[in-house]
Design a binder for this molecule. Structure first.
Ligand SMILES: CC(C)(COP(=O)(O)OP(=O)(O)OC[C@H]1O[C@@H](n2cnc3c(N)ncnc32)[C@H](O)[C@@H]1OP(=O)(O)O)[C@@H](O)C(=O)NCCC(=O)NCCS
Length: 401
């Protein structure tokens, strides 16, 4: 069945135009809007699929990094997976995903992550839930943070380099956070007109955090939508809230993105912030050895794990592996007793820490040999974002407007 598909990259501007038109239709985007998107991502990062010589669909790849255990693991985000309606239902999307994953494996990528519109498709390619991605909401009146705060510096014409170091510092300590592709920064800082982006640093010479936001009408009331934030100190956290509370004369609600357990809300006097949307991003372990070796581990853990992995798509990932962890580093060798048996899908939530080995065992995603209860693989926190890799930020942030 798969042989009817021809996989490749964009050959010329005609391919780009055709794929652009398909993706605009797939994602209900205005005509011509894909041009800016292609420019942002880079034409070389698109992959496409033809059927009998005709372009049937494609996707975007975003090479970047993802932080696990304080280490940057090479990860390629997948975005804009789209198949023209006349080719749907015949395995085009799964073939495109499988070819792309083989490509990524060949180029040495350890992980791939995406934000799914449908889980079933990606599970067939070996992805599984890796972490949460949520939109939180609070009434500006209900913030009620009054503590003295750091000075707030407006940044006119905000550029990524002003925020990158702070963002990186925050991301490094949060499993699952991204070392972003430049296109993601551009999406945050240069949204489509007429949206105006405001940005402020918290602190003077050595900023301790930042907020980037826009203001808009949501369900007929004025809202402040935080597009990005970093908070590195308690003072920056309180400044964040006080700054937002100071908008309460005109702004009715504030929305921001975070994980299911949001750190910022710990600073609020009451539990007045509510989850507005809760989603999960998906992870695919593309290269078992490199994924386990490139991440970091707690420095006080000394252990050996004997894994037995099954990966039908990328056979080099299949088989028995010993992961030895010492001094915060992991080394993988082939062989061992294969005490923990997992499909490649099951390894994803274990790797990120979304679910514990016992929880995965309970749901049949992990099998452990007799009398060997699964050890706490890697002690991990629930990861934060990750879904910054979607085709359009508008789809995530503005839903329900
Ligand atoms: C989602 C989309 C890419 C699927 O393309 P497709 O070529 O029809 O998918 P395939 O034929 O390869 O389907 C493979 C498997 O994915 C799953 N799948 C495909 N489309 C699905 C859908 N809309 N909902 C749920 N599962 C779906 C099915 O499990 C299917 O296997 P099955 O037919 O054996 O049940 C296509 O419908 C599309 O372009 N939609 C609009 C854009 C979009 O939503 N993209 C996804 C962004 S994350």
């Amino acid at each position: 069945m798969r042989s009817q598909f021809e996989y490749g990259t964009l050959a010329d501007s005609k391919d780009a135009q055709q794929l652009g038109a398909i993706l605009e239709q797939c994602f209900n985007s205005p005509p011509g809007s894909s041009e800016a998107y292609f420019k942002r991502i880079g034409l070389e990062n698109f992959r496409l699929l033809r059927v009998a010589g005709q372009l049937a669909g494609g996707l975007a790849t975003l090479p970047m990094g993802q932080w696990f255990g304080n280490q940057r693991v090479p990860m390629t985000g997948i975005a804009a997976v789209g198949v023209a309606p006349e080719y749907r239902g015949s395995g085009a999307a799964i073939a495109l995903m499988q070819h792309t994953l083989q490509d990524l494996y060949a180029s040495g990528v350890a992980l791939s992550a995406l934000y799914p519109a449908t889980q079933q498709l990606y599970r067939k390619a070996g992805y599984e839930q890796g972490g949460s991605f949520c939109t939180w909401e609070i009434s500006a009146q209900a913030i009620q943070v009054k503590e003295r705060s750091l000075p707030v510096q407006p940044i006119h014409s905000p550029a990524a380099n002003v925020f990158q170091a702070l963002s990186q510092q925050q991301s490094q300590t949060n499993n699952g956070n991204l070392d972003r592709h430049p296109a993601i920064w551009e999406e945050i800082l240069k949204p489509d007109a007429p949206e105006v982006v405001y940005a402020y640093l918290f602190g003077d010479d050595q900023p301790e955090g930042y907020i980037i936001f826009s203001q808009k009408q949501i369900n007929n009331s004025a809202a402040l939508v935080v597009l990005d934030w970093a908070i590195l100190t308690p003072a920056a956290g309180l400044s964040f809230w006080k700054f937002l509370a100071n908008h309460r004369s005109q702004i009715k609600k504030v929305r921001w993105r975070s994980s299911a357990i949001d750190l910022l809300t710990l600073l609020l006097p009451e539990q007045s912030a509510k989850l507005h949307e809760a989603d999960r991003w998906l992870l695919r372990i593309v290269n078992v050895i490199s994924a386990l070796e490139k991440r970091g581990y707690p420095s006080d853990v000394e252990m050996e794990l004997h894994l037995d992995i099954q990966d039908d798509l990328l056979p080099d990932n299949s088989g028995k592996f010993i992961l030895s962890v010492s001094n915060g580093q992991g080394t993988v060798t082939r062989g061992g007793k294969g005490e923990l048996r997992l499909e490649i899908c099951g390894l994803a939530p274990l790797y990120t820490g979304l679910f514990s080995p016992c929880q995965l065992q309970l749901l049949g995603q992990l099998e452990a040999s007799e009398r060997r209860s699964p050890p706490p693989l890697i002690c991990l926190q629930v990861p934060i974002p990750g879904c910054e890799i979607s085709f359009s930020r508008r789809r995530i942030v503005d839903e329900g407007i």
